[in-house]
Design a protein around this ligand. Structure first.
Ligand code: TRP
Length: 326
């Protein structure tokens, strides 16, 4: 089980860090992938753009290979059981531990005029999402580790108080394949960043992709054999490894080793290979996004699968809690 926030556009870092794993997971496990539209209300109370954003996130993930006929792909707000479980879990979560959450403290700083209770109990809602399907594996990035730790805590607390209902959820990744997707400005990893040229979005058009890649930082090249690569050059090679053919990479490695590398050529090549990688995804996502009827069917199908699993869990929960009076 994993959740995707419907804020912002998918970028290359999201693709290689998350979505690619979802696509693989869906063939090996029973998967639930959810658009976290309720979570977005904690920071984005204005819902004018919500429908568009939900449709975009669904389209982009499907274009990347998530198969709605295989995994359950659904919206959080369509599964009312989530809210019920959230309420019960709120009685098991202590204010002190919620206030200590790093993401809460960050958000208090960012949204000081809207420090709502939903922000405080964000990890409780996330726990509800996960354990609603009695999920064990949660493919998430490092930034979600503390939330997962809390999910285990709340699930265990429920089990101790009311009896064993939930398995312990754990963060999941294909350990051997922790790919690094560096930012194009030579600093850190690709993320939603302030420097709009540092991140490649799956919605970028061909010209923009080429332009962004050409702007990546380089220098005049090595002058002595066996010079270690500076970080920003290492990054360009790392990006190339994601999308370029082996012989292309080998050529530029050799050029580097022999001090004959031309970074202009290398970036031109990388730009073309990025275009070949991104353009088909972008076109597919556009087609899906323009097909409202199809998206409606996807959401209905996903919600149906998710509700079925949620209903079964909630029967166990109410029984364990002694809330079944008749
Ligand atoms: N909090 C997650 C994020 O910021 C999104 C999320 C919501 C989630 N519910 C989840 C992730 C359940 C994993 C499982 O990205």
């Amino acid at each position: 089980m994993s959740g995707i926030r419907p804020t912002g556009f998918l970028h290359l870092g999201n693709y290689f860090g998350a979505v690619k794993n979802y696509v693989r997971l869906q063939n090996e496990f029973e998967c639930y992938f959810m658009v976290a539209d309720l979570h977005s209300l904690t920071t984005h109370p204005d819902t004018k753009e919500l429908k568009t954003n939900v449709q975009r996130v669904l389209s982009e993930n499907i274009a990347c290979g998530l198969d709605p006929d295989n995994a359950a792909l659904y919206c959080q707000s369509h599964v009312y059981e989530t809210s019920e479980l959230y309420l019960y879990l709120n009685m098991l979560a202590y204010i002190g531990e919620l206030e200590k959450t790093v993401t809460f403290k960050d958000k208090v700083r960012q949204h000081e005029n809207n420090v709502n209770a939903g922000l405080l109990t964000y990890p409780v809602l996330q726990t509800a999402d996960i354990i609603l399907h009695r999920a064990s594996y949660v493919p998430v990035g490092k930034d979600q580790e503390q939330h997962l730790e809390m999910a285990r805590q709340f699930a265990n607390r429920f089990n101790h108080r009311y009896g064993d209902v939930f398995p312990e959820p754990h963060a999941f990744n294909y350990g051997d394949e922790l790919v690094k997707v560096p930012s194009l400005d030579g600093a850190g990893k690709m993320s939603k960043s302030e420097n709009q040229y540092a991140t490649l979005y799956l919605s970028d058009d061909d010209e923009l992709i080429r332009k962004k890649v050409m702007k990546a930082k380089t220098d005049s090249g090595p002058t002595e054999p066996n010079t270690p690569k500076p970080d920003y050059i290492e990054n360009i090679f790392a990006l190339m490894k994601l999308v370029s053919a082996d012989d292309v990479i080998k050529k530029f490695e050799e050029d580097y080793a022999t001090c004959s590398i031309r970074y202009g050529d290398m970036k031109k090549q990388l730009g073309e290979d990025m275009v070949s990688f991104i353009a088909p995804i972008r076109e597919k996502a556009d087609n899906i996004r323009n097909n409202e009827q199809y998206l409606k069917e996807v959401m209905e199908k996903g919600a149906e699968k998710a509700r079925k699993s949620a209903k079964a869990t909630m029967e166990l929960v109410r029984k364990a809690m002694g809330l079944n009076y008749y």
